[in-house]
Design a protein. Sequence first.
Length: 405
Amino acid sequence: MVRMTEVKRTQLSHLTAQLDDLRQRGTYFKLRVLEDEQGPVCTYDGRRVINLASNNYLGLCDHPKLREAAISATENYGVGSGAVRTIAGTMRIHMELEEKIAAFKGVEACVVFQSGFAANAGTVSSILGKEDFIISDELNHASIIDGARLSRAKIKVFRHKDVAHAEELLKEVASEPGRKLLITDGVFSMDGDIGPVDRLCELADRYGAIMMVDDAHASGVLGRNGRGSVDHFGCTDRVDVQVGTLSKAIGALGGYVCGSRDLIDYLYHRARPFLFSTSHPPSVAATCIAAFELLEREPERIERLWGNARYFKEQLAAAGFDVGGRTTPASETPITPVIVGDGRRTMEFSRELFEAGVMATGIAFPTVPEGKARVRTIMTSEHTREQIDQALETLTTVARRMGIL
Ligand code: PMP
């Protein structure tokens, strides 16, 4: 008699084979476990490390005001919303957060999703259909790619930040009756470069395309008080759909879409993560409201972030690291890649750095192109100059020892 567990194992043997393949390539990973609060120095797997890996750009994951807001919302409204938004799960505090974000961004309306991923995938998949076209940067986030596939629209991919190529693709489909969506990340998460939002807006105007920007890494980082790349380029009136995340600089969890009242109403009725997945606990909404208040009140956090980012980037380049710019785009934001090339060596570099007290994530194919594996570093406003110098020294020492420098 065959036992159930054996049957299951056999049915999933293709997964085991793929995991073995990852081990062979040296890109298999184990999850590192954070044992205290997210911060510039914290404890992963029992080791105290300088943290260059988190998206906690403004140190808000552990801000006392945000903690307070979460605790008080929990005391007042409990821990869960109890339903999806359209059934019974829309709480007053969800509406307050959406109003807060819309006012902050200077747009008519906003809808919050459970994550930035859900915001992108839910929006792209619901505003287009199979007669339509998506013109998308080759390095756009996975959630845009998945949303595009779910929409069943025809997908045309332009070379990274190549506006002329985007125009060629728009020209190719100009006479087709379907709608066209032109879409870019505001900040690209692997290289830290900024999308050409203003020039793409010109194209969208010229070709009558819907313009959409995913500002996950620009929210709280670029623009006035962290309003994002669209604000940075002065394009608020020209971008139809602005996506942002509440999971990075804002310090909590969630994603949002900003735009016209009709766009948001439509998403209420058609976006599947909104319709079929339970809304945030009230504590998350309260946390985010407190975070936006902080952005308005304490822009100096963003200035500190940029000061740290500039210093760290300059020092990395001065030490001789390949931080992109020759064959890969140059970082223009607090994300700076340290390019190693080979996937296995990159993962080794990341492990050695960890042993030496620096947490910097190794990223290899297929997340980045073959031969462009890197450890990705991210500065925050909360890193002190001593921590940054210590991290630089460790990066240099380990890289020299491994022959990377
Ligand atoms: N877009 C980009 C460019 C991202 O880097 C991410 C996060 N990795 C997301 C969207 C998704 O955001 P979230 O983590 O809130 O789901």
